[in-house]
Design a protein around this ligand. Structure first.
Ligand SMILES: Nc1ncnc2c1ncn2[C@@H]1O[C@H](COP(=O)(O)OP(=O)(O)OP(=O)(O)O)[C@@H](O)[C@H]1O
Ligand SMILES: [Mg+2]
Length: 191
């Protein structure tokens, strides 16, 4: 089974920082957006493992998509890939949960119920980013409160599959996004 890698769109106008790079020749193969479809749970686990391999303290992951799109499912898989022994549960009511990986900690936030960005600021999660990465469901609501993020958008595909768009505009993610793309290409053929 192979997840089809739909596109590396280095020319996407939404990602101007890459287009204005002073060394465009070297940038020509730079993936700025990875689109995957037919992502079943097995493939989602592989994407989460690929993200876990490149994740560092201070990183943010913005997870977007409708209810039941798979955002929490992804965080469960990410936490497992980071070696977190605790069971991951949705922080919809508690807003933030902390997990301890074998090397890196993970803060899991659900911004769905936040009415203002100030409520996110009040959690003072910045104080913990020196030892943790942070993954935020409905993270688009607080994107401007986060470090430059890896963004993963979930959309419906088949009943048990999702379409994923993985992107990052900040150069800090450039090589790592490419690594995630390469790992995602190796997921196996599409059904
Ligand atoms: N390919 C898939 N990817 C992700 N989830 C899937 C997939 N196939 C089935 N599912 C199921 O869909 C459900 C997704 O629920 P999940 O809680 O992860 O959604 P969510 O995006 O976090 O929703 P919410 O916005 O309510 O928090 C889970 O029960 C999961 O097992
Ligand atoms: Mg959720």
């Amino acid at each position: 089974m192979r997840a089809r890698l739909l596109a590396f769109r280095a020319s996407d106008t939404r990602f101007a920082p890459f287009r204005s790079d002073p060394a465009p020749n070297r940038m020509s193969d730079t993936p700025v957006e990875i689109r995957l479809h037919a992502v079943d749970l097995e493939r989602l686990r592989a994407v989460a493992a690929a993200v876990a391999r490149v994740l560092r303290a201070g990183d943010a992951i913005v997870l977007s998509g409708p209810l039941a799109a798979g955002k929490t499912a992804f965080v469960k898989m990410l936490a497992a890939a980071l070696g977190c022994p605790e069971e991951v549960t949705s922080p919809t009511f508690t807003l933030a949960h902390f997990y301890h990986g074998s090397g890196l900690g993970l803060i899991h936030v659900d911004a769905y119920r936040l009415e203002t960005a100030q409520e996110f600021d009040d959690l003072t999660l910045d104080d913990f980013l020196d030892a943790n990465a942070i993954a935020v469901e409905w993270g688009e609501k607080v994107r401007d409160r986060l470090p430059p993020a890896l963004e993963i958008a979930f959309a419906a595909d088949g009943p048990e599959t999702r379409r994923l768009t993985v992107r990052a505009a900040d150069p800090a993610w450039r090589d790592r996004l490419r690594d995630i793309g390469v790992a995602s290409q190796g997921l196996g053929p599409c059904p």
